[in-house]
Ligand binder design. Structure first.
Ligand SMILES: *Cc1c(COP(=O)(O)O)cnc(C)c1O
Length: 378
């Protein structure tokens, strides 16, 4: 079956008795002992989790999926499998909270991390040299939208015996399947595109490895990283329209990226499917669409950037991304404020940078909103 069919029909298995077309929400903390589903206590599994896990495994083309209470809970689950002294090599432009959990939580327990620019294939030699336990990649990265060659890096991690983790949040399984490209783990915040409606938090870890799947099920119950059945129900509902939403996000974002590129007040625009993107060819090869995030550096004084952000009416100034509604973010003071300024600027997250999450409204209305917000400042 194709992904759009999987999104609607895979994971709908709990309706035999009532005929309910949509499975109920299993709001129960515990289960009577000896039931045929093998459920015992919701911290270690619930039919609402199972429904969503089946759908997400099918979309990620994975044998196994384990759902968690948030993207950060999924990240915690993976990191919790490591031990003191283990080394992670991470892409230098990772999500601010991933940086923070390693820096402020796991480093206290002896985990080691080194950051590299993995768009530069010269740095792949570090993986062979250092044989890290994990290589941690996002592609596209947040917020600079760098594209990392997953297939190439997976050849290297296979040689070094390292586990390759891809944070697939920005592309979503509708646009990119990291496991097909050779990754060991594809992890996502399902809070973003997978749910798509900004009304629930969730995370998922997908893998073809039985051993990694067992580690994830253990982490879910042993650390208490499980989601709520209600949120799983919402995410199961949201993901049914993932493919149509992503088509519209991609179409709108490309139009708006091309529009921004023509503006005198914009210094540069990054969008994976713009010809000017440094890894445009790779993006085209690796992804089915450019997704809905655009990053731009503005040419106007800092005070005017803040005014511009406040003038926008259809774009809400907010953290998060991947919902049907358009948002705008100022990474240096919002999503990436947890990264020290020096580190932030070293990787290119300057004060003039803004990140748009393009929703599925009409693109002309979105461009009109941008024009109306900037014109009083010019
Ligand atoms: C939002 C996000 C996360 C964290 O997910 P939450 O659901 O907010 O905990 C992880 N990685 C990326 C790339 C994200 O954008």
């Amino acid at each position: 079956m194709h992904p759009s069919t999987h999104a609607i029909h895979t994971g709908e298995n709990f309706h035999q008795e009532t005929g309910a077309v949509i499975p109920p929400i299993y709001m129960t903390s515990t289960f009577s002992h000896g039931n045929s589903g093998g459920f015992d206590y919701t911290r270690s599994g619930n039919p609402s989790f199972t429904n969503l896990e089946k759908t997400l495994a099918a979309l990620e083309k994975a044998k196994y999926a384990t759902v968690f209470g948030s993207g950060m809970a999924a990240i915690t689950a993976v990191l919790s499998t490591l031990k003191s002294g283990d080394l992670i090599l991470a892409e230098e432009n990772i999500y601010g909270c991933t940086y923070r959990i390693i820096d402020q939580v796991f480093e206290k327990f002896g985990l080691k991390v080194e950051y590299y620019d993995f768009t530069d294939e010269k740095n792949f030699s570090k993986i062979i040299e250092k044989k890290p336990a994990l290589v941690w990649i996002e592609s596209p990265t947040n917020p600079l939208l760098k594209i990392i060659d997953i297939e190439e890096i997976s050849k290297i991690t296979k040689k070094s015996g390292s586990t390759l983790v891809i944070d697939n949040t920005f592309a979503s399984p509708a646009l990119q399947n990291p496991l097909d490209l050779g990754a060991d783990i594809s992890l996502s915040s399902s809070t973003k595109y997978i749910n798509g409606h900004s009304d629930a938090l969730g995370g998922v870890v997908c893998t073809n490895s039985k051993e990694w799947n067992e580690k994830m099920i253990f982490a879910q119950k042993a650390i208490g990283l499980q989601p709520s059945p209600f949120d799983c129900f919402l995410i199961s509902r949201g993901v049914k329209t993932l493919e149509v939403r992503m088509k519209k996000h991609c179409e709108n974002a490309l139009k708006i990226a091309e529009f921004l590129e023509k503006q005198s007040w914009v210094k540069w625009v990054k969008y994976p499917f713009l010809k000017s993107h440094p890894q445009y060819e790779l993006a085209k090869k690796q992804m089915k669409g450019g997704s809905g995030i655009i990053t731009a550096e503005l040419n106007i004084p800092f005070d005017n950037i803040l005014r511009f952000l406040k003038n926008l009416k259809l774009f809400t100034l907010a953290e998060s991304l991947g919902g049907i509604e358009s948002l705008v973010d100022h990474p240096a003071s919002m999503t990436h404020a947890s990264i020290p300024k020096i580190e932030r600027e070293k990787v290119g997250i300057t004060d003039g940078l803004i990140r748009f999450s393009i929703g599925i409204e009409h693109s002309e209305d979105l461009m009109g909103d941008i024009e109306d917000a900037i014109s009083p400042l010019m």
